[in-house]
Design a protein around this ligand. Sequence first.
Ligand SMILES: Nc1ncnc2c1ncn2[C@@H]1O[C@H](COP(=O)(O)OP(=O)(O)OP(=O)(O)O)[C@@H](O)[C@H]1O
Ligand SMILES: [Mg+2]
Length: 255
Amino acid sequence: MQRSGIALDIKNLHKSFGNKVVHRGVSFQLYWNEILGLLGGSGSGKSLILRSIIGLEKPDQGEIIFDGKDLSQMGERELFPIRARISYVFQNGALFDSLSVEDNLAYPLREHTRLSEKEILEKVNEVLATVDMTGSNELFPAELSGGMQKRAGLARATISSPEIILFDEPTAGLDPINTHRLVRNIKSVKSRGTTGIFVTHDLPAAFEICHRIAILRQGQIYTVDTVDNIRNSKDPFVHAFIRGDEDGSGQEPQP
Ligand SMILES: Nc1ncnc2c1ncn2[C@@H]1O[C@H](COP(=O)(O)OP(=O)(O)OP(=O)(O)O)[C@@H](O)[C@H]1O
Ligand SMILES: [Mg+2]
């Protein structure tokens, strides 16, 4: 489906845990057909933004507008169909340990569609091929390498053809070969016109995959701009951040 305009409108999110303030007015927009990189230091609240979008956390204040409705106000019943439309690639792949790869991938289709078992198997095999895992149907998560687990997680997140995909550090902890492979798999997802948010600490991967990049700093979006403008930014913080001298947490470095 070719669409234009705003896919997700994140407005003024605030969130604290006890006296620890994490988000202090996070606002940005995700456009249809774009992959937006979301960068920021460890603990800056990137995962929390993704978790808030799919309703695993509730902001203290603010709105998350999708399809004219505020996701932050929805209860579980309303969120259920949303989770077929917005999928989440968890930091560690998050497969069900007791299910084979095939059943892990079939799960969202059995939950959210009326496809026959034959159609589901066809779809599972088709998606496994896109992540270089043809023939891995009967393996269990414990039998997969870290790279394969992440690719299976990516496959599961894409199988129901979601409208938006939220990627949480999909390349973290992978060696260069597996990182390259996963980046290639994500680019093939991107070439199908996917809309998504890509959280990562991997700047080269972000520059390769994303259309625009947002940087989170001290609980707010410090800047959001095209990859080229971020790369060539004269802003001292952005410049230091992309050189790796600033972690964006807004904290003083610990001795
Ligand atoms: N459910 C929770 N209860 C208490 N604190 C939380 C909770 N979720 C997140 N936090 C805190 O919020 C802050 C931001 O967490 P978040 O996981 O979003 O960081 P992040 O930017 O994804 O970091 P990383 O790059 O290390 O994954 C952290 O200090 C974390 O401890
Ligand atoms: Mg995180």
